[in-house]
Design a protein around this ligand. Structure first.
Ligand code: ADP
Ligand code: MG
Length: 450
């Protein structure tokens, strides 16, 4: 049986064991890349899919593969962006975005740093001032002060920007005295896998231990990958013992990374840990202004205010919206004013919700939490049901703009105050808890795919 045949068989079996939408969402674009020495390497098209499949279906998949081929002992999941996907229908605004991103700078292959992430373009507000201050001390006293330095926070809040800026700044300030290396944890994992396959582990050790400042982004993704964690642990120790600077980012604090080895968690906790939370209104305004300046564009304060008001939890999203607004300003100049922008923003937010029905939203949330439609809209009060139900109500409001009485009706003929309560509760949790907001990103992703 060839690798492809083996995977086709496994997929056939999986399709019977999990729900159809989940199968289509997560596994349709998967591939078995290799199976050597009992290790089956499974590739998925993106981080989300990889994390999800590994955590939720890892056991089932291993079981199925072993039944088909008794030599298989374990599985390794990797991301392969090149996996052919059906091209998504092009939406106009996405094309626009591409045109507008001029001056796109490239990462330096040696250090992995992208010069666009610099300190000058990083806006400091109350949500990141501690992280910023600690970063600046590190630039001044490399390896001597906060080591390791661990930054965590939700997606799109500036972690990558800040840790790369530290690297760039160290380069500048110390005129290349320190060898800086930035890697995503994905890249680190792939290096380790490659080295093991090609019996070149010593080369990798050598390469990583020659570094003065090691920056590893999104460390949560190495949790559970034994060989990679092991290699990272030794690299970490070797560098740390020699007072080399280690900088790490994650979407959550070390303790909350599931399946990360305890010895690594305690290493991280031995240094400085800071979080980045959500920027306040004034900071969002400041960030928009910096982004406009970078693009050599200009918007009236009133319009900047409208945008900052609307997009609150993700700076990456804020940038995307800004590109669209600037496009409209150029092409619909005669209509352009703040009510127009307000309407435009509504449209952009709604666009994602186009063709989406309440039932689809509820169903996707139920799918995510693996509970039934009857349970999610029912009367049960079990804790495992309450959160999904509140999330569904929140999304009906946020994505479909439905009225509270209507939401309450849809969610099992409840009183409208229940829907208001649910909305506030989830909104609060999103502001307070970065890992919850991460989860919300995944849920929305699933809703948008339904
Ligand atoms: P994360 O790594 O936390 O997901 P990123 O660092 O990739 O987020 O940030 C997303 C986008 O938002 C980037 O384009 C980044 O330049 C921008 N950004 C985030 N925080 C700031 C900030 N404080 N000042 C300026 N730009 C920011
Ligand atoms: Mg990042």
């Amino acid at each position: 049986m060839t690798i492809d045949e083996l995977w086709q068989k496994a997929l056939g079996e999986l399709e019977l064991q999990i729900s159809r939408p989940n199968f289509l969402t997560w596994l349709k674009n998967s591939r078995l890349v290799d199976s050597k020495e009992g290790d089956a390497i499974i590739a998925l098209p993106n981080h989300f899919a990889k994390e999800w499949v590994e955590a939720k279906y890892g056991k089932i998949i291993l079981g199925i593969l072993r039944t088909e081929d008794s030599c298989i002992r374990k599985t390794t999941y990797i991301v392969d962006g090149a996996i052919t996907r059906k091209p998504e229908p092009q939406r106009e605004p996405e094309k626009i975005e591409k045109q507008l991103v001029f001056n796109e700078l490239k990462s330096d292959p040696e250090s992995g740093l992208n010069p666009k992430y610099n300190i000058k373009s990083f806006v400091v507000g109350s949500h990141n001032e501690l992280a910023y201050a600690a970063s600046m001390s590190i630039v001044d006293a490399v390896g001597q002060k906060y080591n390791p330095f661990f930054i965590y926070g939700g997606t799109g809040l500036g972690k990558t920007h800040l840790i790369q800026a530290i690297g760039n700044e160290i380069h500048l300030k110390h005129k290349g005295k320190y060898k800086v290396k930035y890697v995503s944890s994905e890249k680190f994992t792939n290096d380790v896998i490659w080295a093991i396959r090609n019996k070149r582990v010593d080369d990798i050790k050598q390469a990583y231990r020659n570094i003065d400042v090691l920056i590893v982004d999104d460390i949560q993704f190495i949790g559970g990958k034994e060989k990679t964690e092991e290699e990272f642990f030794h690299t970490f120790n070797a560098l740390h013992e020699n007072n080399k600077q280690i900088i790490i980012s994650s979407d959550r604090p070390p303790r909350a990374i599931p399946i990360l080895e305890d010895r690594l968690k305690s290493r991280f906790e031995g240094g400085m840990i800071v979080d980045i939370s959500f920027p306040d209104y004034e900071t969002r305004v400041a960030i928009i202004k910096v982004k406009l300046q970078e693009r050599q564009e200009n918007l009236e304060d009133e319009i900047v205010g409208v945008i900052a008001q609307k997009i609150q939890r993700n700076i990456r999203e804020l940038e995307g919206i800004l590109n669209k607004v600037v496009f409209h300003k150029t092409h619909h100049a005669h209509l352009f004013n703040s009510p127009y922008v307000e309407k435009l923003m509504e449209d952009i937010v709604q666009q994602t919700a186009q063709n989406l029905t309440p039932a689809q939203v509820i169903k996707a949330v139920a799918e995510f939490y693996e509970i039934s439609m009857v349970e999610i809209t029912g009367r049960g009060r079990k804790k495992e049901i309450v959160e999904p139900r509140q999330v569904a109500m929140f999304l009906l409001r946020e994505m479909l703009n439905m009225s509270y009485p209507f939401i309450a009706e849809k969610m099992g003929k409840r009183d409208h105050t229940t829907a208001i309560y649910a909305y506030d509760k989830i909104n609060h949790a999103l502001n307070e808890n970065p890992s919850f907001s991460q989860k919300m990103v995944m849920i929305k992703e699933l809703v948008n795919k339904s």
